[in-house]
Design a protein around this ligand. Structure first.
Ligand SMILES: *Cc1c(COP(=O)(O)O)cnc(C)c1O
Length: 376
């Protein structure tokens, strides 16, 4: 938790649940990432946290943006981003949203299918397009499965087709999965993309950009490699496969830029047991899966939790949210322990919750309001 967030919580004691996020920390993370990968252009993945103060700060720092919908495109423009600094990076877009973004001056679009290419050729003629290829997501705590991307042989054919359709076959992209804890995942993906890149060049396609996607991890309960380790691994792989003829490099960090800038403040609603001699207590918080903690699905992302009694004797707990849905159980199998003194009314903090929380909050399931947000 940054000193600014701690001060805000202490002085304002805001109503819970809420997210408090230090925008200066976002700027620090941006600087760390630039230092780790100075040759890559940074496109912030807006979906991680689209709050206006974050977008405005990143515009001021010279960031570009990866938008997934026309509303995200508009949010970037409203924050002052130039249309040329926005990539419409979702491979699944309505054609009228492509047309609307193109009319606003956006000229960079992702695709992974023939049909999407047709939409782009009709509604964003001449635009720079890049094809997303499928890569392994092993090592990612929040993998993306096979939802996006296509196999290399198909990508090759689609990139050639893009040129025939009057589009600019600009680049290739991949995404190694979110909260990727293994630097080797990027190296393997770069090897795959580089072969296709070279092949396309030899076939006369003027491909010139490689988009390495996002995935750079945040520290939750356990250590992860430093961002410098990812930068070093990525640059070594790029040099190995491209030599001195490096393509333009793009990265799309989301979680890394905003995750550790934010803290969710919550209140304990109830501490109970299922039997008098049951060693496991159930701790019900006023935020859960439907209040924004969607990434606790499958206990994939395991947030660190601070309480007023830290350092005192603790015991095993199951942690759940406040709604009347059994899916709203956060952690049952991940060996969480919390102080035995914890009781209803205590305020607790969930650390590094700046990414993928506010926008996942439901509209009012069981009457609980969407998550409040404070940017300091
Ligand atoms: C979600 C997403 C990102 C950001 O991923 P992080 O793991 O948050 O860095 C980047 N690119 C694309 C295409 C995405 O869908």
């Amino acid at each position: 938790m940054t000193p600014k967030v701690a001060r805000f919580l202490a002085e304002k004691a805001p109503a819970t649940p809420c997210l408090v996020l230090d925008v200066d920390r976002v700027a620090e993370n941006y600087a760390r990432l630039r230092a780790a990968m100075p040759l890559a252009r940074i496109y912030y993945a807006v979906k991680a946290n689209p709050a206006a103060p974050i977008l405005a700060r990143l515009v001021a720092l010279g960031s570009s943006f990866d938008a997934a919908s026309f509303n995200e495109v508009k949010a970037c423009l409203a924050a002052g981003a130039a249309p040329s600094a926005i990539s419409f990076g979702n491979t699944v877009k309505k054609e009228r949203d492509i047309a609307a973004a193109f009319a606003e001056g956006v000229t960079m679009f992702a695709f992974d299918s023939e049909e999407e290419l047709g939409k782009l050729a009709r509604s964003a003629p001449g635009a720079r397009v890049y094809c997303r290829i499928l890569v392994e997501n092993a090592g990612a705590e929040w993998p993306l499965s096979r939802k996006f991307g296509c196999e290399v042989a198909m990508a090759r054919r689609l990139m050639i087709r893009a040129g025939e359709l009057g589009l600019d076959p600009y680049g290739l992209s991949f995404h190694v999965g979110s909260q990727q804890t293994d630097t080797a995942a990027y190296q393997a993906a770069i090897g795959k993309v580089a072969m296709l890149f070279t092949d396309l060049r030899e076939s006369g396609v003027k491909v010139r950009m490689v988009n390495l996607g996002g995935g750079y991890p945040v520290r939750y309960r356990t250590e992860v490699p430093e961002i410098g380790d990812f930068g070093a691994a990525i640059m070594a792989a790029m040099a190995e496969h491209f030599g001195n003829d490096l393509p333009e490099m793009v990265i799309e960090p989301g979680r890394f830029l905003v995750g550790d800038a934010g803290v969710v403040a919550s209140e304990v609603v109830l501490v109970s047991r299922k039997a008098e001699d049951d060693p496991v207590r159930w701790v019900y918080l006023d935020i859960g899966r439907f209040g924004g903690l969607a990434e606790t699905e499958g206990e994939a992302i395991r947030y660190a939790i601070r309480t007023p009694h830290d350092g005192q004797p603790d015991g095993p707990v199951t942690i759940a949210g406040p709604t009347c849905d059994s899916a709203d159980t956060l952690y049952e199998k991940s060996n969480y322990r919390l102080p035995l003194a914890l009781k209803a009314g205590d305020r607790v903090e969930l650390l590094s919750t700046g990414a993928y929380v506010t926008t996942y909050a439901s509209q009012g399931f069981n009457g609980f309001a969407p998550l409040a947000e404070h940017y300091v």
